[in-house]
Design a protein around this ligand. Sequence first.
Ligand code: CTP
Length: 200
Amino acid sequence: PIDPVRHIGNRSSGKMGYAVAEAARDRGAAVWLITAPVSLPEPVGIEITQVQTANEMKEAVARAVAQADALIMAAAVADYTPVRSAKTKTKKSERHLTIRLKPTPDILKWAGKHRKGKRQIVVGFALEDRNLRVNAEKKLTDKNLDMIVANSPEAIAADKSDVQIKTPDSSWIKIENATKAAIAKKVVHLAEKLYQAKLT
Ligand code: CTP
């Protein structure tokens, strides 16, 4: 929040995260969906926690991963937050308004480093408008992930999109012009395979 009326947000619709939650539920998983406000119907058969800020999301994710076999992090978390949020509505009195921002915690990076045991699977998404593979692979390594799902800004709020998926040991898997439900199903399937591989 900047003040009680305004906030810093982005154009993500939440469709991908909700599709992943539904795909995991349909595979028989007990799903905990941690979500910021979106205009999507609440999926049934899923535990839902609503959060408003990156800090609240970090707290909810920390509680969830303590008991989860996998974290699939599709949220478009704001990277910066105001240093101070005004308690009352900021009036239009200044010619220029400066809002000082500080970084939010990188929730996924934290989860990648503080896993519950060696078997927990941590999957991230990467939104890249250039050098998609190079930048996404850097996130795979830097955030200590088992899998990265990379897409481009055209995917935001779209019903169909292209994604590229990579694990530390695989080459790139390309999925083109697929519905978010189909992509989610593939992501859950791959996460399940990675989990099973860690069991053996
Ligand atoms: N992510 C997160 N916490 C943040 C920012 C991002 O957990 N504060 C997660 C996202 O949910 C996603 C992954 O990190 O799974 C990559 O997010 P993305 O926006 O592509 O990249 P950033 O790490 O924010 O880096 P940059 O904005 O520089 O590309």
